[in-house]
Design a protein around this ligand. Sequence first.
Ligand code: 8IG
Length: 270
Amino acid sequence: MFLPGDHPGFDLARQAAEVLADRFGVTRHDIGVVLGSGWAHTIDALGEINGEMSFDDIPGLAGDSVAGHVQKVTSVRLPNGHNVLVFGSRTHYYANRDAQAVAHVVRTIAATGAATVVLTNGCGGLDAQVAPGTPVLISDHINLTGTTPLVGPEFVDMTDAYASRLRVVAKEVDPSLTEGVYVQFSGPQYETPAEVQMAAKLGGDLVGMSTALDTIAARHVGLEVLGVSLVTNAGAGVTEAPLSHEDVIAAGESAAPRVSRLLADIIRAI
Ligand code: 8IG
């Protein structure tokens, strides 16, 4: 139905979408949202909740167990009637080195009927002037993971992978938003200062561990992508500060009310 074609993982995504449609009584979702570190409160500001489900009850969604990651899917009805499927977290490549497992969330979103996916993340910033707690629109990415969720001769066009149309919509909602190139490392260790320097020399602005692989999977199934990063820390060596996961979560928490409200406004405007 909504996810035509044959590829490893598509059958499992269609099964997951069927379970979600049955449980929420929503035959078609219009927009999918994946919440990364720091974005969890977006749901509160979106609209009326149709229902929620634990990852444990959804085919293929084992999830991972990182502090700050929420293991549930929520269906929300916006004031404009759009149904939005919100994943409280994603499966990360670092969890089990499985790019197929990573792609399952966006494939499931496509299988629910959505045309658009909003991918959010927490990331490191390469510009010391960008304060922790600043949201940045992703304009493009560099995939340094050495992997891809695609198998076989799938020659997907990655031009305008982060739809310029959706970035315009986001900037209409908040003209102060800036854009940046997201560089994905495979993690889970943070970068060395030398790796952060390399990412900057390659043309990167942000370093993270998730969104490039998600976007490849999303473009493969024809989803229009909006990527929004929350800079929760300066990349290693950009400032004197050492990196700690606890500090990263704290920065996300303190920015949460403001960035969640912003994201909700953007999603309502899509
Ligand atoms: I939150 O500094 C968060 N995620 N690779 N580097 C990478 N991922 C991150 C970082 C960071 N901060």
